[in-house]
Design a binder for this molecule. Structure first.
Ligand SMILES: [Zn+2]
Length: 103
């Protein structure tokens, strides 16, 4: 039922397992899981036709780039921090994010 209510207001709840929040003073919070409230694309938007993305490619480039349309910003409107994942999940994350060269 709340789903229909959210849809009417173009809102959607989304879970992010590794969210990092940047503060104005340069510090970060996270990565931690959050439950975020996102704005859905406006179906009558003239910029993106309700897709939520607009083409932003450089003329002459091989592949066009896509940017978030102003009607559906990537950043959530609001979010709540969730408890940190258990230790085994953090350990596997560190492996997944290890991009140092192998030497
Ligand atoms: Zn739009």
């Amino acid at each position: 039922m709340y789903r229909r209510l959210l849809a009417r207001h173009r809102l959607k709840l989304r879970y992010w397992s590794l969210w990092i929040s940047h503060h104005r003073n340069g510090r970060e919070t996270g990565p931690r899981p959050i439950l975020a409230l996102h704005r859905l694309p406006d179906p009558h938007c003239t910029d993106c036709d309700g897709k939520g993305q607009v083409m932003s490619g450089v003329p002459g480039a091989d592949e066009p780039d896509f940017d978030d349309c102003p009607c559906a910003p990537f950043l959530p409107l609001a979010w709540i921090w969730l408890p940190k994942p258990p230790g085994w999940a953090r350990r596997s994350r560190r492996i997944a994010y290890n991009d140092e060269p192998p030497f």
